[in-house]
Design a protein around this ligand. Structure first.
Ligand code: AMP
Length: 544
């Protein structure tokens, strides 16, 4: 028997409407340049989103069309999130740090009709425009008098575009299962894979994130997403903050410790979210200045493992740390390290032990561990296995990529994360290793395979393996382990040249190490685990 409740769909535009009506005077602050900050209320922003919706429709954007963004964290980018999805189109966020080759691939794979670009990122698109569809319309995110030299066909100015529109627009009740946004994540095969979020998954993810971080999500609290809007929806903050009436402070493009410190201090940020690399530079700045930014109370650390030392330093400074784990494929929050009573009242040393784990699953995410034989591993704090997840904000398939889907989803419909973990009886998750062949540097993926494929095209290399090595700032940096042909080492520069020809600069390994042979697993694959054990401290010695 069905229930008798109304069927109103879960839509992202409902969040915007709610924020406008209930929290309309709350602000979104965006750092533009050093000391120049732009402020807009949710009420004003909602009106601009309606204008933008009219503009998009005038440009012919319709249901299911993809409109891409190449932009830093700022309020215009947030407007794009809501307006594009609100008219039933799909907001495709692009990571500006991708190599030209990867960017061409994803824009073409997504079949983007429009690309919205921040002014300083325009040269990235100008350089590849010949390899993109002629029909794409480019919109530069600036005022009329700020239009840069662009060399792009069909380039429009964002402010001119929306200025001519009326702010009358009625968001329709879209089927909640239609797509609202798209984000590509790097795969082991090299080609990025698309993750297509629905309105339903996005709204449900926002609800469960708010439940998982109750100390953070309160009206009036200022939240700083250092995590980019181009990386998995800035961990959902574009949706969670407006829902509870929290204010957003966007950092723009300057993410160094000093800029972040000043921004937090001046605007009274109390909760900041980002990857460990960001917090290393902020902690350096805090040490220099002798105090934390005024008002800072919480940091959420995710995207890569936070070290025990980092967590302890923040806690000693009086900043509550929630160490969390998640994935692009999970919208992304999978677990939260926010402690509740009675654990939050434990003595510091006991509390730290819990905070060093990746926390506990959030509502809507189920977890199972599977060992090498395909058997389930008990959640007893000892057993280790590959972590599988399922839930209403987790992918059921990759966007138009059946091969990647087949590799990722098991026969029971669970998604294999490629992370190796243990879970204790109280539900605390600890990520112990990574089964997938990727390197994560400063929160961004580098494909080992891409590096290896390029290196193998060098005539003097017979075999090689790219692995992550410990780096105090970036968590990991890639290094390349090489077996030279006939034992004669080629010039290292010639190896860097080959790799650098096709990868972004930050994806090129920091060092090349020559070995006589590579360790193999029982199944004849190169044992990355053994290489990681041996070379983990190759670039930097173990921290004391
Ligand atoms: P992404 O899809 O780029 O957000 O990356 C997701 C992956 O980052 C996970 O599968 C993990 O390998 C890694 N990751 C994310 N958060 C953590 C964490 N707190 N500790 C360890 N690894 C993490």
């Amino acid at each position: 028997m069905l229930g008798n409740m109304m069927k109103r769909h879960l839509n992202t535009s409902e969040i915007l409407k709610f924020a406008e009506e209930i929290h309309g005077a709350r602000t979104v602050v965006s750092a533009l340049n050093k000391n120049i900050r732009h402020s807009i209320t949710y009420r004003e922003m909602a009106a601009r989103c309606r204008k933008l919706a009219n503009a998009l429709e005038r440009l012919g954007v319709t249901f299911g069309d993809r409109a891409a963004t190449l932009a830093w964290n700022g309020s215009r980018h947030l407007e794009l999130y809501y307006a594009i999805s609100g008219i039933g189109a799909v907001c495709h966020t692009i990571n500006p740090r991708l190599s030209a080759e990867q960017m061409v691939y994803i824009i073409n794979h997504a079949q983007d009709r429009l690309v919205f670009i921040d002014t300083d990122l325009v040269p990235i698109i100008s350089a590849i425009v010949d390899q993109l569809d002629d029909e794409i319309t480019y919109v530069i995110l600036c005022e009329v008098n700020e239009m840069p030299e662009h060399g792009l066909p069909n380039a429009l100015c964002y402010e001119a575009l929306i200025q001519q529109e009326t702010s009358e627009y009625i968001w329709c009740d879209l089927d909640e299962d239609i797509a609202c946004s798209l984000c590509y994540t790097s795969g082991t095969t090299g080609d990025p894979k698309g993750v297509l979020y629905s309105h339903r998954s996005t709204v449900l993810h926002a609800f469960s994130t708010i439940l998982a971080f109750p100390n953070v999500f309160q009206a009036g609290v200022k939240i700083l997403p250092v995590v980019p809007l181009f990386h998995v929806n800035a961990w959902g903050i574009p949706y969670t903050a407006p829902l509870v009436g929290a204010e957003i402070v966007f950092p723009g493009r300057n993410l160094d410790g000093a800029s972040l410190y000043d921004l937090m201090n001046d605007t009274g940020v109390s909760s900041a979210w980002g990857v460990p690399t960001i917090w290393i530079s902020l902690l350096d700045e805090i040490a220099k200045r002798g105090s934390i930014p005024e008002g800072l109370r919480h940091v959420v650390i995710g995207g890569a493992a936070a070290s025990g030392q980092m967590i302890e330093t923040f806690e000693t400074l009086g900043v509550d740390v929630a160490h969390s784990w998640g994935m692009t494929e999970m919208s992304p929050i999978g677990s939260s390290g926010q402690l509740f009573l009675p654990e939050s009242d434990l003595p510091m040393n006991e509390m730290l032990e819990l905070k060093k784990t990746q926390g506990r699953r959030v509502f809507g995410v189920e977890m199972k561990l599977i060992d090498d034989n395909g058997d389930k591993v008990a959640h007893d704090g000892d057993g280790v296995g590959e972590l599988y997840v399922r839930g209403n904000a987790i992918i059921s398939e990759y966007f138009e990529n059946p091969e990647a889907t087949a590799n990722a989803i098991d026969l029971e419909g669970w998604f294999g994360t490629g992370d190796v973990a243990k879970i204790d009886e109280a539900g605390y998750l600890t990520i112990t290793d990574r089964a997938k062949d990727l390197i994560k540097s400063g929160g961004e993926w580098i494909s080992s395979l891409d590096i290896e494929n390029l290196a193998m095209s060098h005539p003097d290399i017979t075999n090689c393996a790219a692995i992550g090595a410990y780096d105090p700032k970036w968590d990991e940096r890639p290094i390349l382990i090489v077996v030279a042909r006939d034992g004669i080492k080629p010039d290292i520069k010639s190896i860097f040249d080959i790799i650098g020809s096709n990868l972004a600069k930050w994806q090129v390994p920091d060092d090349v190490v020559f070995v006589s042979s590579l360790p193999m697993t029982a199944t004849g694959k190169i044992s990355k685990l053994k290489l990681r054990e041996r070379f983990w401290y190759h670039l930097h010695s173990k921290p004391v």
